[in-house]
Design a binder for this molecule. Structure first.
Ligand SMILES: [Zn+2]
Length: 583
């Protein structure tokens, strides 16, 4: 009897071991026709998707998920309906906090690396929903400005996976209340889908009387169907050759459309003054971007919000931002960011988004000097500081000589390097710093030359960017890319270790300065020597866990040394000032 129970238990556990692998399939191709009925807040979709088995085992069952406010209508393979069970699946990857999951029994086994094409149909409504935010205690008033996705008669704007699953996805459950779980699931999804293609044809039932109703989406090569030349777009087509880090998004409203050179501006009635600040900020922004990053290849799109408090959102070459306020400085920065996207295509997020954020800092510098740019970068630092501190602590454990049981855990914390990461805080904020440091190291001309030679289609080898920069700068940058791009080594921790002021026989004043880097990432850092009536700034390379020494001639004895002007992100900024005691 006892043996039987053990057997039962073993059988039971092997059954669960063979449980559904929700991330076995990657959706490599979407071809969808979307019908929108704004009065009913309704979306109906039909089309084809291609599923590729990226697991190591043959798969007979696929889990397809859409927002819980949508329902599956049909799933076919080779024109024949296939069996599926539809069930709710709790996951914060959708604004409703749940998904409608179809557990599909495929007609045959799909071997690893093989693909299967499905014809699908689903429909339902997409009203504004703040469930996943209110569940973790975010007040409704705040939640609704962040969770603004909805189809509505007055205003429609819907973002894709991570916000609203309005196209099918295949993910494990994501939980907002569990630390980074939501972001981990979304990052993993984006990484799996980075080379997937999507073809969208959006259409609305709104009649011709709906003057000025316009539909737009954020894919490359966007083209609007016009009605006999009129600026009434009742349908839109978007293609995404490779999704990269882009979140497919669509919007529809009674927009005032102003096509300009390099910019499609969509504003709402009442926001004319705010829209005008974008118009007047365009020319200087365009000149700046062309000079640094090359000519924009296609128009970028900036679209207004009906609710002035909606949190801005950008993905691909679309920026959604309220134009209710007139802020010319912000308009300039926003334009620069989007125009860089149009000038430099890349499916590597740290290049695509990193360069755009770096460009914002450069534009700040042009307008308000280096300090304004460093203050801007400083506002990005908090985004990745905590996770980099964890990485620093984890690296200490990995480097531990003994077989530390925490070693595996530490390995997990040291996540994807910048070169391949889909973590937004890294590919936006940390990448902006990395580009800024590279610019300080190689100079404007070499960096511009490297960016000018960059081609997304040639960027296959992770060392491609390093080689372009090294060729332009004629300098070895391998150590820097190793510490910042190819691996996550945390941040440097720089300080003055010692100073030695001395005079030559001819009474010339010198100071020998030794800087120490206690962090795991090396950096070339500026340091400032202050003396009565002036200061001198020098730069020096300090490798990880190392020191570097240099001597500097001074007109007078030094009183203070300040390491790092803020251009190198550090774990610890409180130990950067060193008082030189009088000799
Ligand atoms: Zn961007």
């Amino acid at each position: 009897m006892k043996l039987l129970c053990v057997l039962c238990f073993l059988c039971g556990s092997s059954f669960f071991a063979a449980a559904l692998d929700r991330e076995a399939f990657t959706i490599t191709r979407y071809d969808l026709e979307i019908q929108l009925e704004p009065q009913q807040q309704r979306l109906g979709a039909r089309g084809k998707i291609t599923l590729r088995n990226d697991s190591t085992l043959p798969q007979k069952v696929a889990a397809l998920q859409i927002s819980s406010s949508l329902n599956w209508r049909s799933i076919r393979v080779d024109g024949k309906p296939v069996q599926y069970v539809s069930q709710p699946f709790m996951s914060d990857i959708d604004h409703t906090g749940a998904l409608s999951e179809a557990i599909v029994t495929l007609p045959g086994e799909t071997k690893p690396k093989d693909s299967v094409e499905l014809e699908i149909g689903y429909e339902g409504v997409i009203p504004r929903d703040t469930t996943r935010l209110s569940q973790v205690g975010v007040p409704e008033e705040i939640a609704k400005h962040s969770s603004w996705d909805q189809i509505g008669s007055a205003f429609t704007a819907v973002r894709g996976a991570g916000y609203v699953a309005w196209y099918p996805i295949t993910t494990e459950s994501a939980d907002f209340s569990e630390g980074n779980s939501l972001f981990e699931v979304v990052d993993r999804w984006k990484e799996r889908e980075r080379n997937s293609s999507m073809k969208l044809s959006l259409r609305t039932d709104a009649g011709v009387d709906e003057a000025q109703l316009m539909l737009l989406c954020n894919g490359f090569g966007v083209n609007y169907d016009t009605r006999e030349g009129a600026t009434q777009f009742h349908s839109a087509k978007c293609e995404y050759d490779r999704l990269g880090s882009v979140t497919p998004t669509f919007a529809m409203a009674r927009y005032v459309y102003q096509p300009k050179s390099s910019l499609n501006l969509f504003s709402l009635a009442g926001d004319e003054a705010g829209a005008a600040t974008y118009s007047s900020a365009l020319e200087p922004a365009l000149k700046f971007v062309s000079g640094w990053f090359g000519q924009p290849s296609a128009n970028v799109t900036i679209a207004d919000f009906a609710d002035a408090h909606s949190a801005p959102f950008e993905s691909g070459t679309l920026l959604m931002v309220s134009m209710a306020a007139e802020d010319s400085k912000l308009a300039g920065i926003n334009l620069v960011h989007e125009l860089v996207h149009s000038a430099v295509a890349s499916s590597r997020p740290w290049v695509y988004e990193g360069l755009a954020h770096f460009a914002e800092a450069l534009y700040r510098e042009q307008q308000g000097g280096r300090q304004a740019a460093l203050d801007f970068l400083g506002s990005h630092r908090a985004a990745f500081l905590d996770s980099e501190k964890e990485v620093g602590a984890a690296l200490a454990k990995i480097d531990a000589p003994k077989n530390d049981p925490q070693k595996n855990d530490a390995q997990r914390i040291v996540g994807q390097p910048l070169a391949t990461t889909f973590d937004e805080t890294y590919y936006r904020s940390k990448a902006a710093y990395v580009w800024w440091m590279l610019r300080d190291m190689v100079g404007d001309d070499a960096l511009k030359q490297a960016i000018g030679k960059y081609r997304a289609e040639d960027d296959k080898d992770p060392k491609y960017v390093e080689r372009l920069l090294e060729a332009a700068a004629k300098r070895d940058l391998g150590w820097f890319f190793d510490d910042w791009v190819y691996q996550d080594r945390g941040l440097p921790d720089l300080r003055v270790q010692s100073v030695h002021p001395w005079k030559t026989e001819k009474d010339v004043q010198f100071i020998t300065v030794t800087l120490e880097n206690r962090g795991n990432a090396g950096a070339e850092v500026p340091f400032k020597i202050i003396f009565e009536g002036g200061e001198i700034t020098k730069r020096i390379e300090v490798r990880s866990k190392g020191t570097a020494t240099t001597r500097v001639e001074l007109p007078r004895a030094a009183s203070e040394i300040v390491v790092n002007d803020g251009s190198v992100p550090e774990n610890e900024l409180t130990n950067n000032v060193f008082e030189v005691s009088a000799q």
